[in-house]
Write a protein that binds this ligand. Structure first.
Ligand code: PLP
Length: 472
């Protein structure tokens, strides 16, 4: 172990022992260097390591502080390790929830998208205008599957930045991640096949399973550490699973991320049971601090991972541009797209290609990550100060969702309809499960600034939660 790692371990042990507590200032770099007889560089590396682990935070011009104490949840003990659903029936519920949250006056705690004011809409409009002016007479044909070459190259270069070698030929441009995920599932399965998902899972996976008449096996997913890989192994050993549809980073709705070791084990499991992995990684750019780790695709040796993502959460919602790095399935997937939606809108592909190749994209991402991380922290503190102690708030780093456990007496679906009546949306837990296991959980969108209106909306939630808890 390097000296800086030893120092980081030592400091972490002291934090765990309570020598310094949440919010306390750590000794300065110089002081620690002199206390331990180490160089400034070693101490700096140790502090940066602790910062990347979320144990401490750097405050500009003030030094390093122990990260505030935050609450975490674990997978509910009374829930099973896996749930098998022969018949998923969620679409009507998802539709009604999404429809009723649409009015612009609603406080959008239930929204799946970040605060749109964080997106560089004007600059992208300029990219779109530029792209439209430059369209060649053959633009429609030029941008048929697999999609615009410039855009595929730019995406391929972004993979290279985090150490992945993904050829532009492997990439298919789609109408958002939703199309890449749906096409991938459709390609890999036929009616009645088994598909592994998380419990709770993104409702889009449940909808796709319903549409394709597949059988879902939902596996326990811890709100901090991600899917239970022992349970996954047991399922893969006992069922002829065709595909897994999973998120290992900033999972929706939990917000959790799996460790790198976990991701590698996951890959080895799907490989040894010869199962394909659809990796949903739409929040990949929304990490905190310096680095966001790697997707499972990083470990892919034989092209069985279909890595799906989009620009909807990191650049602009509504342009509907996403992609899949489809490994060995790339050509088959192009054919499937050609016979379903034909292609992604060419001007939109060109506009996004123009923007992400400019320095503006990196600048925007840096700002977006900072804003989201600060807003989530502020929202967490606000929820903690306003909601009753019987409500637990799961804090994770990255993304912009907070997963809340309500008192068992509170029916989250009923709470959802009551809150909508009062102008506040939320995502009730049962949106994320075919088996109605999360009836006293909700997901909140923490990407908005804590304005007076947001405070009032949280007061409304507090009031509704308390009255529902009393009524039972
Ligand atoms: C986990 C997850 N996957 C996929 C999508 C769909 O992304 P897109 O808007 O790019 O189709 C969403 C959007 O809410 C999501 O939350």
């Amino acid at each position: 172990m390097a000296k800086y790692e030893q120092l980081a371990n030592d400091l972490k042990t002291r934090i765990d022992q309570g020598v310094w507590q949440g919010g306390d200032k750590l000794p300065s770099l110089r002081q620690t260097a002199s206390n331990y007889g180490l160089s400034l560089m070693t101490v700096m590396n140790a502090y940066q390591l602790l910062e990347s682990q979320g144990a401490i935070t750097a405050v500009e011009k003030s030094g390093y502080f122990v990260a505030p104490d935050r609450e975490t949840l674990s997978y509910p003990q009374h829930h099973d390790k896996m749930y098998l659903s022969d018949n998923t029936d969620i679409n009507d519920f998802v539709f009604s929830v999404l429809q009723s949250s649409k009015q612009p006056s609603i406080i959008p705690f239930g929204s799946g998208f970040p605060d749109p004011t964080l997106f560089p809409q004007q600059a992208i409009s300029r990219s779109l205008a530029k792209a439209a002016q430059k369209l060649s007479p053959t633009f429609a044909a030029d941008n048929l599957p697999p999609g615009n070459l410039g855009l595929r190259k730019a995406i391929s270069q972004r993979y290279a930045k985090v150490g992945l070698s993904v050829s532009p030929d492997e990439i298919l441009i789609t109408s958002g991640a939703m199309e890449s995920l749906n096409l991938s599932l459709e390609l890999l399965t036929k009616e009645g096949d088994y598909v592994v998902i998380e419990s709770p899972a993104f409702y889009g996976a449940l909808q796709a399973i319903e549409r394709l008449k597949l059988k879902a096996i939902a596996i326990a997913t811890d709100p901090q550490t991600g899917m239970d890989l022992d349970a996954l192994e047991e399922v893969l050993a006992n069922y002829p699973v065709k595909a897994c549809w999973l998120m290992t980073r900033y999972q929706n709705p939990l917000g959790c991320s799996m460790s790198r070791e976990g991701q590698e084990r996951l890959y080895q499991l799907v490989k040894s049971y010869n199962v394909s992995l659809i990796e949903d990684d739409v929040y990949q750019e929304l990490y905190e601090r310096d680095k966001g780790g790697v997707p499972v695709k990083y470990f892919d040796e034989d092209g069985r991972v279909l890595h799906c993502s989009s620009f909807s959460k990191s650049l602009i919602a509504g342009y509907r541009v996403g992609w899949v790095a489809a490994g060995k399935y790339a050509v088959e997937l192009q054919k499937l797209q050609l016979m379903s939606t034909l292609s992604t809108s060419a001007p939109m592909q060109l506009a996004i290609a123009d923007f992400i190749q400019s320095v503006k994209y990196e600048r925007h991402l840096k700002n977006l990550r900072k804003q989201l991380s600060e807003r989530k922290e502020a929202m967490y503190q606000l929820l903690r100060s306003k909601l009753p102690g019987t409500v637990k708030v799961n804090y994770t780093t990255g993304g912009y969702f907070l997963w809340l456990e309500l008192p068992v007496e509170v029916d989250a679906t009923k709470l959802y309809f009551q809150a909508i009546e009062k102008g506040v949306s939320l995502a009730p837990g049962n949106l994320f499960s075919a088996e109605q296991q999360y009836n006293h959980y909700i997901r909140l969108n923490a990407s908005y600034p804590c304005t007076k209106e947001i405070e009032v909306a949280i007061d409304t939630l507090r009031h509704l939660i308390l009255t529902n808890a009393e009524k039972r």
